[in-house]
Design a binder for this molecule. Structure first.
Ligand SMILES: [Zn+2]
Length: 224
């Protein structure tokens, strides 16, 4: 069951209970940010015959790219995650690119760490940051696995912290949404504590990693 909710004017969240995608409505075209899992069949649900649909991916984890289907001719993703897209033609995006739809104009911010090609989309005028998995309240945020990079993630949160005064609201892919911009510093505080070995952690049931308990967010991580 997908729950649909209008968060702001022309911004809709499509939430399957585990992950959400965002749909921005423009005049004649719509912009979809992430696609949920394959079995959610999100694209057939939102694609309209008389409107074009542009698809942007915050990163290449399965719960964000699974819904790409043959109806989607091309999708936009950062170069460093592009190789994971096997089903659809890719147009690569990079730091500073603009992605616009209707009343929204997002700039691409490269925030590697969760994946190499993770991006956030930021509408500076509206103060809206779409953060993918990299900022969350509660979590867990996945930081275990070969393609994760703790130091890059910390640098990315510091980069977002530099623009925090321009951010009014954050729209994450998981758990509470919207959340307030203080979670940039809260998640940063917790990941720094993890790196310094200050977080309580225990084995995660049925997963090859530990759960690290931060004050504001949990992380799935394993020490090398
Ligand atoms: Zn995710």
């Amino acid at each position: 069951m997908i729950e649909v909710k209008e968060l702001f004017e022309d911004i809709y969240a499509y939430d399957n209970g585990r992950v959400r995608a965002f749909l921005i409505k423009g005049e004649n075209e719509d912009l979809l940010i992430d696609t949920l899992f394959k079995e959610d069949k999100l694209i057939p649900m939102i694609k309209k015959e008389d409107r074009s649909l542009k698809v942007v991916l915050t990163h290449s984890d399965r719960d964000h790219i699974g819904g790409l289907d043959e109806e989607v001719k091309e999708c936009y993703i950062h170069l460093y995650d592009a190789a994971d897209i096997k089903t659809t033609k890719v147009i690569t995006i990079k730091e500073g690119d603009h992605i616009s739809c209707g009343r929204y104009d997002f700039i691409v911010i490269h925030i590697p760490g969760h994946t190499k090609g993770s991006i956030a989309l930021f509408d500076k005028e509206k103060g809206i940051l779409i953060s993918g998995d990299s900022i969350q309240k509660g979590g867990p945020i996945y930081m275990f696995g070969e393609h994760r990079d703790l130091d890059a993630y910390i640098a990315s949160l510091k980069k977002l912290k530099n623009i925090k005064n321009d951010i009014k609201v954050i729209l994450p892919s998981h758990h509470d949404c919207p959340i307030d911009p203080s979670y940039i510093e809260k998640d940063l505080e917790d990941i720094l504590a993890l790196k310094e070995g200050r977080l309580r952690h225990e084995k995660t049931p049925n997963m090859p990693c530990d759960t690290y308990h931060g004050t504001y967010v949990d992380y799935y991580y394993i020490e090398n």
